[in-house]
Every structure is written in C-alpha cells, then in structure tokens.
Design a protein around this ligand. Structure first.
Ligand SMILES: Cc1cc2nc3c(=O)[nH]c(=O)nc-3n(C[C@H](O)[C@H](O)[C@H](O)COP(=O)(O)O)c2cc1C
Length: 343
C-alpha cells in the first residue's frame, strides 16, 4: 500500500480549481509525503496533461482525484436563487455534467498511476475492479460511517476521512439540505467512528495545520493526515491572488452552497453572508451560473465575491515552501507524540 511506504505520513489534498499543481505534488513527494493531482473541473485531456507534467517533475508515485457525478437538479429548484443573484451579478448558464467521469476513468485505466481518489461519491465495484486490475489503489473520501460502508463494499483500499473542519467542498455522497440540521462529525470523532467499522487505512482530513494536529490524528489511529489549506500559501501552489491574500487572516469560515450549489467551507465574506440562507443544492448548475461573477471578482481583486475555500485552522498557515512545510510538520508531529508519551 502506498500509504504504508511513505517516509512522512502527510498526503497533499487534491485542490481543484488551480491550487494543486504538478510542482506542488513533486515538492510534497520529494519531502517524503504523497501528492495528489485534482481532476475536478478539468476536461479529460487537461487531466492527462497534468499527469504528463507531474511525471516530468518527479519519479515518485502520485494520485489523481475525481469528482463523482451527482443528480441533475430541477431548474425550478434554483430559479429563485438565480433571480436573487442576477439582480447584482452577471451570471453564466446553469448546466449539468458528469465532470467527464467516464472519460477520466478510461484514461486512468489506459495509462495507470498509483492512486485514484474520489470525492462526492464512490466508484462502483466494477470501476474499482478496473482500477485494481491495472495496479491502481482506490481511495474514497467519506464523511460518515454509512458512506464508509458503501466505499468498503465497493472495494476501496483506503478511506479519506473528511471531518467537518475541512476546507473546500464537503465530500458527502449526497448533499441534502434536509440533513443540514445534523452537525457533520469533526475529524477526531470521525476517525474513531470509522476505526470501529474498518481496519483499512484511514487518511485524516480537516483542520490539520500543525505538527501537533497531525500527531493527534496519528494517535487516533489514522495512517496519515491529508492537508489542504496549509499548502495554499506555498509558492508551488497555483492559488489565485485574492484567495492567497485571504488565507491566514483571523476571519472565520462557514459552510455554504452560495457559490456552487454544493456545501463547501470557505472564509466568510459578504457574498456568503448574503446568499448562504437561500442557496439551493444544485451542483454543478450553480457552479456554472456563478463562474463569471467569480472570475470578474478575481480579476478586480474583490475578495467579497470570490469563493475563498479554507479549513477552520487557516489562520495558522504561513508562506513557506512545500518541502520545508512537510519537513517541519513531520518533525513537530514526532516531537508532539514524544511529549505526549513522556508526560
Ligand atoms: C481550495 C481547496 C480545494 C479543494 N479541492 C478538492 C478537490 O478537488 N477534491 C477533493 O477531494 N478535496 C478537495 N478539497 C478538500 C481536501 O481534500 C481536504 O478535505 C481539506 O483540504 C482538508 O481540510 P484542510 O483544508 O483544513 O486541510 C479542497 C480543499 C480546499 C481548501
């Protein structure tokens, strides 16, 4: 298993939309961790180009993360929301797609890499078998024990446990607003709940920003931590300038469907405050509808209309090279574990 062979128990979270680059993946593996590319929002040929660029930058194994397709939303369910946004903003045309799921899987089977991970859902057992047949491990992101059971049943080799603290989209298989009254489990709770249902490796994601945080999830039984937000300020990351400038402030984060129609954690800004209460579950329809307004805001340096995805611990991040960051987190985690044992 890839996860058992790492020098350092750190996985770089795949971050679609720009932050993840081949350079970031290469730097994390050079420091002994494991890097994952992000295929979300990309066409299949653009995903292939990312793989080629990563192979040119490192000989280390790496992963690719796919968005699993979800249900088509009814236009009637988001018409009122578009009307609300359209008062102040230029909008794109809402549409549904599968994020080229089938084409991407075909490509990954034809030209295999070490790991394929998924978010928003689980590949079928047949799809998992196709990847296994070419030597690829399958990691499925889960947010609850119920999702874990589905992933284990399909043949997942490892579970990425995404706690409530995590930045970016919730990985939930279903994004049901009726379930918003239930608090999603925090990471430490989730690791314990998943450990009760599986002995397969658990990769812990959500709010890990220090060596002590990494030590905590390892002590709880995780095989590694998967960190996203801490890498956003690295020079190797492709984080856009508005997003980069917002990470590291003391502004709190909140969960919202306002930008994409799928629940995600981002830094509070006036767009989230104005529209979170009314935003429907309609992904990727709302993602396409808000794309022009977000692009315009990025170009204008207006952080109020940009999706500033970040985990709850983003204020602890620093500007630092990915290699240094991984080395420092690993050393601090060791010290934290030693200290916990000696007292
Ligand atoms: C900007 C950003 C983009 C993300 N994009 C993806 C993605 O494409 N696929 C995925 O599985 N997770 C994605 N995530 C979630 C991460 O995999 C992970 O769960 C999260 O970063 C962990 O929490 P942390 O950000 O507090 O470290 C993203 C997170 C952020 C912050």
């Amino acid at each position: 298993m890839v996860i058992e062979s790492l020098r350092v128990p750190i996985v770089a979270a795949p971050m679609a939309g720009g932050p993840t680059t081949p350079e970031l993946v290469a730097a994390v593996s050079a420091a002994g961790g494991f890097g994952q590319l992000a295929a979300g929002y990309l066409a299949a040929d653009a995903m292939a180009a990312q793989i080629a660029a990563t192979r040119a930058a490192t000989t280390a194994p790496f992963g690719m993360n796919l968005f699993a397709p979800g249900p088509v939303a009814e236009p009637a369910d988001y018409a009122a929301y578009l009307a609300e946004l359209g008062v102040d903003h230029p909008l794109g045309t809402p549409r549904h797609d599968t994020d080229a799921w089938a084409d991407k899987l075909d490509l990954l089977v034809a030209d295999p890499i070490a790991v394929v991970s998924t978010t928003f859902g689980c590949p079928t057992a047949v799809e998992v078998d196709r990847l296994h047949a070419v030597g690829t491990e399958v990691w499925v992101t889960v947010t609850s024990p119920a999702e874990a059971l589905i992933a284990l049943d399909a043949g997942a080799d490892a579970l990425i446990a995404q706690g409530a603290e995590a930045g970016g989209h919730r990985a939930s298989f279903l994004d049901d607003p009726a379930e918003d009254i239930v608090d999603p489990p925090g990471l430490l709770t989730l690791i314990q709940l998943l450990s009760a249902v599986t002995a397969r490796p658990i990769i812990a994601a959500g709010g890990i920003a220090t060596g002590a945080g990494l030590a905590a999830v390892l002590a709880a039984g995780a095989a590694a931590g998967q960190l996203g937000t801490v890498f956003l300020r690295c020079p190797e990351a492709g984080t856009n300038a508005v997003h980069r400038a917002a990470i590291g402030s003391t502004e709190p984060t909140m969960l919202t469907r306002a930008f994409t129609g799928r629940r995600a954690r981002g830094i509070r800004n006036s767009f989230l405050e104005a529209h979170t209460a009314t935003a429907p579950a309609a992904y990727p329809e709302i993602h396409y509808a808000t794309a022009p307004l977000r692009a315009a805001a990025r170009a204008a340096g207006n952080s109020d209309d940009v999706n500033l995805w970040a985990g709850q611990a983003h204020s602890l991040t620093r500007e630092q090279s990915a290699g240094e960051l991984v080395a420092e987190l690993a050393a601090d985690a060791k010290n934290a574990l030693r200290k916990a044992l000696s007292e």
